[in-house]
Design a protein around this ligand. Sequence first.
Ligand SMILES: C[S@@+](CC[C@H](N)C(=O)[O-])C[C@H]1O[C@@H](n2cnc3c(N)ncnc32)[C@H](O)[C@@H]1O
Length: 284
Amino acid sequence: MEETAAGEVNAGHLPGTTTADLPPGGCLIAWLCENALVLGAIILVVSFVVKFKLKDWRQRWFAAFCDSMSKHVDAKRELMKKDLFASLHSVQSYDPELRKANAIKLLEIGVGTGMNFAHYPEGTRLTVIDPNPHFQQYYNENRKKFPNIHSEDIILTTGENMDMIPDNSIDVVVVTLVFCSVEDTVKILRNILRILAPGGKFYFYEHIKEFNPSKHPIRRFLQILLTKTRIWPFLLDECCLDRDMLHALEKAGFSKVEAERFYVEIDHFVFQIIEPSLKGVAVK
Ligand SMILES: C[S@@+](CC[C@H](N)C(=O)[O-])C[C@H]1O[C@@H](n2cnc3c(N)ncnc32)[C@H](O)[C@@H]1O
């Protein structure tokens, strides 16, 4: 700051000019120049917080949301899952020791709070992965209710990065309501094929994009709108409403794929947007 001959304070602009001499917006520019350092520091701190904290806050909220949703088990959806997982009880392990014990080795990808435990056969050796660390507390609470299953701690990783699971080591892979939010569907399918023992089975259930848009045009429109505007993915940990993995699954290299597009009945009005679904079993 300098004082002019006339005694006016010159706030960082050209010598001999006053604030009144500056063009419109000049005051702001002068202020920005003077406070550039402070501004830079504020921008740095805010970007740091956003980069490292926003993801964590969103994941924390999503885990709490899924946990609260899991308290209201949808009876019709449970019936559908019971039917899907019924054949799990006749799977024989590739491992002679487990076969003797009439048990199987099952890997669940994106386990969340552990909503599928009720459908797993007695004695199942359960390995689980999930990238969201905030699910651990809910998962650990839930697994206590199922002492008949040998469940391990969550391995914090994605389906795209599961090098820690050896090749040909798993009898059954289960994935439910996960492919809507993954980065690379093809890579995950490749990993599933790698870790499944020969003849091993992959069970899946996913919500998908509306497959009958002429009958349900409004649902299709809302799915696209909410996904493209990023409202739904932002609120629900990158969940997208406009995906369908069937094509990728058919091309992945399984020896047999049995898949069905269907509508799961959901009571909650908002969540009827995820009624179009895909379920089935693929064999390595
Ligand atoms: C809607 S929840 C479903 C949880 C559980 N499978 C169920 O059916 O209730 C989606 C889960 O997928 C997990 N997830 C997201 N991206 C993933 C990825 N790339 N690999 C593995 N899991 C992922 C999330 O952390 C979350 O636990």
